[in-house]
Ligand binder design. Structure first.
Ligand code: NAD
Length: 256
């Protein structure tokens, strides 16, 4: 029997079948979890709906996470369908393209606010509402981050600053929600070719550098990010919270 039979959760961040959120969804579905999905805007519906259908999802709704009313609406709808949930996958980030090339010092106030709002604050906004639906058995909230939060990675710029805020949010949320047995963790994934990643200037070079230097001498596979999400959602990580796991073929351990 699957590890997640009887567990229900919502996935934020599927844009297409390359999305890390989709690989997390597949890994959770294979272990028996029931899934709800949101997509950011109408244009993505035609990609996300067939994927959600393929894993038997009955809940597929639009939600722009930069809008609090839209988030409230999703959780109100979700409550009608399921009284409680067990997990959340938050795999959402955005920064203006011009802020993901050139120099961090050129970031505008608006660009900074936008990246912070969508890529960091939305985890807190979602955790607040989700935690109110995690009654009894507790729950697991998982987000996606990147090494650019810890060290300077060329062109990652304002997204690195937003990911640092996201990682700190993981720790504060873990501390706040621990007494309800809600665990909050992050996967720091190595580079994977996705829609969001291709918006970072020089992304292909990042893949080449990791392949050449990482201890495992290759890039991470999206399926491996999915398996790490399964670890965090399942009982296998029952004593782990506030943690950032690097699923990056070891690249982040290198000093030089
Ligand atoms: P992706 O483009 O497939 O997913 C990003 C998602 O964010 C999209 O579904 C997009 O619709 C959503 N999004 C952006 N703004 C939103 C908003 N206002 N409201 C709702 N949704 C919004 O790319 P991905 O690489 O799968 O990204 C998922 C997560 O993984 C992101 O947090 C990203 O930073 C992180 N990550 C990616 C990599 C990588 O190399 N691909 C590495 C480490 C971490």
């Amino acid at each position: 029997m699957g590890m997640l039979v009887g567990k229900k959760g919502i996935i934020f961040g599927v844009a297409n079948d390359h999305s890390l959120a989709w690989y997390c969804a597949k890994a959770l579905h294979e272990e028996g979890a029931e899934l709800a999905f949101t997509y950011q805007g109408e244009a993505l519906e035609r990609r996300v709906r067939p994927l959600a259908d393929s894993v038997g999802s009955k809940f597929i709704e639009q939600c722009d996470l930069s809008n609090d009313e839209a988030i409230d609406k999703i959780f109100t709808e979700l409550k009608k369908q399921w009284a409680t949930i067990d997990f959340v996958i938050h795999a959402v980030a955005f920064a203006n393209k011009q802020d993901l090339e050139g120099h961090f010092v050129d970031t505008t106030r608006d660009g900074f606010k936008l990246a912070m709002d969508v890529s960091a604050y939305t985890l807190t906004a979602v955790a607040k509402r989700a935690s109110e639906m995690m009654n009894g058995d507790g729950g697991s909230i998982v987000t996606l981050t990147y090494y650019g939060a810890e060290k300077v990675v060329p062109h990652y710029n304002v997204m690195g600053v937003a990911k640092a805020a996201l990682e700190a949010s993981v720790r504060y949320l873990a501390a706040d929600l621990g007494d309800k047995n809600i665990r909050v963790n992050a996967i720091s994934a190595g580079p994977v070719r996705t829609l969001a990643a291709m918006g970072i200037a020089g992304f292909r070079d990042m893949l080449k550098v990791v392949e050449a230097k990482a201890p495992l001498k290759r890039n991470i596979q999206a399926e491996e990010v999915g398996k790490t999400a399964l670890y965090f959602v399942s009982n296998m990580s029952s004593g782990v919270t506030g943690e950032i796991i690097h699923a990056d073929c070891g690249y982040s351990i290198l000093g030089m």
